[in-house]
Design a protein around this ligand. Sequence first.
Ligand code: NAD
Length: 496
Amino acid sequence: MQHSDILSRFGLTSSGAGLTARSPVDGATLATVAETTPSQVSDIVANAARAFEAWRSVPAPRRGELVRLLGEELRAAKEDLGRLVSLEAGKIYQEGLGEVQEMIDICDFAVGLSRQLYGLTIASERPGHSMRETWHPAGPCLVISAFNFPVAVWSWNAALALVCGDPVVWKPSEKTPLTAAACQVIFDRAVARFGDAPANLSQLVQGGREIGEALVAHPGFPIVSATGSTRMGREVAKVVAERFGRSILELGGNNAMIVAPSADLDMALRAILFSAVGTCGQRCTTLRRLIVHRSVKDQLLPRLKAAYASVPIGSPLESGVLMGPLVDADAFKAMQRALETAKAEGGTVTGGERTLTDRFPDAYYVTPAIVEMPAQTDVVRHETFAPILYVLTYDTLEEAIALQNAVPQGLSSCIFSTDVRETERFLSAAGSDCGIANVNIGPSGAEIGGAFGGEKETGGGRESGSDSWKAYMRRQTATVNYSSALPLAQGIKFEL
Ligand code: NAD
């Protein structure tokens, strides 16, 4: 299929000027997309405020109906959107489809949730009084997203925010404007079927950091959900805190796997491969550190190197390929810098070279790298968004857990072990310090049913399942006096 055919499925055409959308697959220009200007921000905020006034009073199950329709439209567009994700973000088509499936799953979840935004009744200490806690819509939600999950992150936020009564303004990555435009087309299809939705429930802002900064600073967004690098989160958090807004931060990860002596090495091998090499190492949950027990290292590592050498690398749109390109030249340079630093810090590097330059001179394909490190040095503690797997060894589980936790990030972690004492220890309060801790599963590929997010420099936010919805609402405690007296709490007497 031609690139232009995929765009035409969503009625997308080139604007002639503005943001240039390039494909990491071959470096080709896909289209140009009109950029939002800072002068448009106040209108966008005013539109969102008007949409909020109407939407907050629509019963939540009816709001859920819009999200149900969005899920249906996503089902209908799954192949087209999956292909566009593959084309614009460079992940393999299977992962593009998986990303769209994740959007469908979160819509299903949010529809159920729309009938379960439960509050509490609370026992009052005063006679003739009742207390309750209610969750109300909070206001327009600003969503800032990264290039590597160009559509799923919007849906995690939008599906929940919409059933919670909040309109959404979305600033996607400047590297993936077309997938975002396609999502807006799909959303508009759902709105058309819904019938009486207020205008501007979801607005799209195209542009880079500058327009992102203008939006983040605006008090019209009580909630800012920002996904991207720790650098970005640090800036956004300050600005939002300054105006007492609420941030949901989903930032960088530096995820580890501990491979214990009792591990099923066949399973561990498969899990390492998918989580370290998948999406060309460009997932926030990518496996970056392998902490392997000294007694099994010599069994595991040669098999891992052999598997790495046989990973099919190529155009992510072709079947059979498991690893596509890096997103751009900057990502390639950052990878090479990290490998040089690792060598200087005592590492032994296997792989990591540029490849397929004959076929794709303007794209950045690499072989995945394994780096055996003598210790957890600075470069290992840093997230490099590329397929580099650092290998460290350990002797005791305490040491392994300490290594796993001794990085600034706290997103995802896992242990491969068949010893229940070890696995429970790993999951205990004295175990992994991450938001996600898995046993006999790699660190990536989370399901939407659980709360997703991490601690420390990962930002502390939670999105998606469990009770993450509460971050999109405001909590109100109400006390009702149905007696004819006016007793004060704590027994205080205050009478003339
Ligand atoms: P990035 O930080 O460069 O950009 C992310 C988004 O933030 C973009 O839309 C960008 O325009 C915007 N932005 C940048 N600076 C801003 C500012 N000061 N104010 C407002 N907006 C600003 O990240 P990236 O390179 O697109 O993505 C890779 C990073 O994202 C990695 O660190 C990865 O771990 C992280 N990530 C985290 C999660 C998670 O859920 N924890 C998910 C996906 C990606």
